[in-house]
Ligand binder design. Structure first.
Ligand code: 5RP
Length: 214
């Protein structure tokens, strides 16, 4: 059965796909919204070239006929498209529900433009989810001792050998939490993405599409 949320996801994915032109090199993140973006691009026979943040996205992209670039030798992307788990009114986002946030941040940071594509369920008054973490497996116990409350995820290592965890935080000041996690040895990356990165939001709400730029 298709829910209203599924329909919003499909609508926002199709809208995001229209931003891709054949001469672009585009970064795609990870998750179900991005998979729908890839499918829409495949259906449009897009001739753009793509870098992908996860094996799951790579599998969908190649299955629908998209061309991939070598991320190791591509330094800039014209556009990055990705989803999010929560976005607050200031533009702070939590990403990493799928555990690909480290690679997603790398791709987004290398893109001239990032469009975050979300269905309306992702918009929240304040961030409440646990913050995803990717941790170095080396000396994991000492890293965890610096992260009281962090819970290891029952998930395989990331594509880069990282250990996934989630941590409940008071997110009334996301910048302070992000700075603390950035400064914690052993934390490869966390899922708090700042408004400086999340400048464009494409939102599907019912039958409406909103393109919010800051
Ligand atoms: C993966 C992500 C995804 O963008 C986020 O989890 C949203 O996923 P979905 O599009 O399936 O709702 O950050 O690391």
């Amino acid at each position: 059965m298709t829910t209203a949320g599924d329909q919003e996801k499909l609508a926002v994915a199709r809208a995001a796909a229209t931003l891709v032109h054949d001469d672009m090199v585009v970064a795609l993140g990870s998750g179900s919204t991005v998979a729908l973006v890839a499918r829409a691009l495949g259906a449009d026979r897009s001739r753009a070239r793509f870098a992908v943040a996860s094996l799951a996205t790579a599998t969908v992209a190649t299955t629908v006929g998209l061309s991939l670039v070598d991320d190791a030798s591509t330094d800039r992307y014209d556009l990055a498209i990705d989803g999010a788990d929560e976005v607050d009114p200031d533009g702070w986002a939590i990403k990493g529900g799928g555990g690909a946030h480290t690679r997603e941040r790398i791709l987004i940071a290398a893109a001239d433009r990032f469009v975050c594509a979300v269905d309306s369920s992702k918009l929240v008054d304040r961030l409440t989810r646990a913050v995803p973490l990717e941790l170095q497996p080396f000396a994991l116990a000492s890293t965890l001792s610096r992260l009281p409350g962090a819970v290891l995820r029952d998930a395989p290592p990331t594509a880069d050998g990282g250990v996934l965890a989630d941590i409940e935080e008071d997110l009334s000041d996301p910048a302070a939490v992000a700075a603390r996690l950035d400064a914690t040895p052993g934390v490869v990356d966390h899922g708090l993405f700042s408004p400086q990165l999340v400048r464009e939001l494409l939102i599907a709400r019912g039958d409406d599409l909103e393109h919010r730029r800051r």
